[in-house]
Write a protein that binds this ligand. Structure first.
Ligand code: NAD
Ligand code: 6OD
Length: 486
């Protein structure tokens, strides 16, 4: 059974309720998960508060950062355990989790420990009216107990992306992992204990959103801040919950990201980027590309090569050496993606490849498999081009000039990420500056430096995290004005 982790100990929810953790490859039961009730969430928040006011608070910054390095080392040491847990929950290929999800879990702790350790303090030297000197300097203190609410697509990566800076800044956390992917958040409790992180600093409660652990946590009066990654609609519900208590919120929400391919681009570079941004993680990446705009001379070639790339994807179990393409997270999500596939057909899209459910061996037929899909020919107003699908699919539209490409890419209520492919550095700079998104990649995709600002505008979120931007969210600043009497 996958248990809650409260005050340094694994425990069952007090009501004894459980829910199933299913294998997306087969639909079979992986494990039972103990569901936290309101009282368990109370316990977790109380434990986090005691640790905040007690042992965690007493550590020096350098000691805290050393502990976070020890957590990173622990993740590295237990890499095979994290890998097994992550692929059992998500069905993603082992090769992907092994080079992306698990190493990023460790890197998040190392980078944020170092960011916080090396943070400068703002100081202004000035004078009082009597001519005596005064120093204004900023003190940072942790926000307090932080609620961390996570999605299922990159479970360890996205959870530690929030937990690491929160802890580095001296906060304590209560994590609510996605009900679909509870395992790695639970396992991290063992690593915290092994590393010597005081009990109560890191807590995990399992459950769902409304009327369950997610809502109990985000409406809890003992929480000082909420950091959320997930769907825009859920973000709205959490913002409403946060409004009552005037809680600080960081929102990393959905996207409907564009790639713009200019005719001077290196086509191999374009394809290396698009193959990943459209199909990696079975398209379940918030930064993924679902809208591709191609300058007309390259249009046919890019469409053909996207279809070829889709043809090279082999569905199969995470440990199948012949497979490189996992299932969607659940049958419910498969139904959602298939509704968009049907909608595209109904609206008269040209289905270049895919559009349905692939043939898989009998043992995998209960899984949430999906075909990678490429469309052309839909109008810009189609729901396929305006709503986040979160599947391995894209629509390709030709364009004739830069202004048209920019107008199309910006015609969305989301504002998370975009990629631009061109060899013209001046154009790259001009277009990147005109795109209304939080993150732009030029001639690449998902190339991360964790010190940089990350986040979205519009329906894609509120705030930026990464490097010193995370420190801004996870700390409160007090300015001290010290009048000197030399
Ligand atoms: P989701 O919003 O359905 O769930 C996310 C988490 O919120 C889960 O833990 C869920 O249990 C919880 N939750 C749901 N309703 C809640 C409520 N009312 N109160 C409190 N908690 C609640 O998202 P998902 O389906 O798990 O993840 C996919 C979505 O996440 C996509 O939209 C994707 O774009 C987005 N995402 C965004 C980023 C980013 O950095 N911007 C990163 C990853 C995923
Ligand atoms: O790389 C990251 O830090 C990050 N937050 C990635 C988000 C991916 C969305 O699915």
């Amino acid at each position: 059974m996958i248990l809650n982790f409260i005050d340094g100990r694994y425990c069952e929810g007090r009501g004894g309720k459980t829910f199933p953790d299913l294998d997306p490859c087969t639909g079979a039961l992986v494990d039972h998960v103990s569901e936290a009730e309101r009282g368990d969430v109370d316990d977790a928040v109380r434990a986090a508060r005691s640790a905040l006011d007690g042992p965690w608070n007493r550590l020096r910054l350098t000691e805290r950062c050393d502990l976070l390095h020890a957590v990173a080392d622990g993740i590295d040491r237990r890499k095979q355990d994290f890998l097994a847990a992550e692929v059992a929950d998500t069905g993603k290929p082992q090769a992907l989790a092994s080079h992306l999800d698990i190493p990023r879990g460790a890197a998040n702790f190392r980078v944020f420990a170092d960011v916080v350790r090396n943070l400068p303090t703002e100081c202004f030297a000035s004078h009082a009216p009597d001519g005596k000197p005064a120093l204004n300097y900023a003190l940072r203190r942790p926000k307090g107990v932080v609620a961390v609410v996570c999605p299922w697509n990159l479970p360890l990566l996205l959870m530690t992306w929030k937990v690491a800076p929160a802890l580095a800044c001296g906060n304590t956390v209560v994590v609510k992992p996605s009900e679909e992917t509870p395992a790695t958040a639970a396992l991290l409790g063992e690593v915290m204990n092994e590393a010597g992180v005081p009990a109560g600093v890191y807590n995990v409660v399992h459950g769902f959103g409304p009327d369950s652990a997610g809502e109990f946590l985000t409406t809890h009066p003992g929480i000082d801040a909420i950091t959320f990654t997930g769907e825009t609609r859920t973000g709205t519900a959490i913002l409403k919950a946060a409004a009552g208590g005037i809680k600080a919120v960081s929102m990393e929400l959905g996207g409907k990201n564009a790639a713009i391919v200019f005719a001077d681009a290196n086509v191999d570079t374009v394809m290396a980027g698009l193959k990943r941004s459209v199909f990696e993680n079975t398209g379940q990446v918030c930064l993924g590309t679902e809208r591709v705009y191609v300058e007309r001379p390259l249009f046919d070639e890019i469409v053909r090569r996207l279809a070829e790339a889709a043809g090279q994807l082999r569905p199969g179990r995470p440990d199948d050496p012949g497979a490189n393409f996992g299932p969607l997270i659940s049958l419910e999500h498969q139904r959602k993606v298939l509704r968009y596939y049907a909608h595209a057909r109904d609206e008269g899209a040209q289905v270049v490849c895919g559009g349905g459910v692939p043939e898989v061996p009998a043992a995998l037929r209960g899984g949430s498999w999906i075909e990678p899909t490429v469309w052309t020919g839909l109008p810009a107003t189609s729901r396929v081009l305006t709503e986040e699908i979160f599947g391995p699919c894209c629509h390709v539209t030709p364009f004739d000039d830069e202004a048209e490409a920019l107008a199309s890419a910006n015609a969305t209520s989301y504002g998370l990420a975009a990629s631009v492919y061109t060899r013209d550095v001046n154009r790259a700079h001009r277009v990147a500056a005109a795109l209304r998104v939080g993150v732009v990649w030029v001639n690449s995709w998902f190339l991360r430096d964790l010190r940089t600002a990350f986040g979205g505008s519009g329906q894609s979120g509120i705030g930026r995290e990464g490097g010193a931007h995370s420190v801004e969210f996870y700390t409160e600043l007090s300015n001290v004005c010290l009048k000197l009497e030399p």
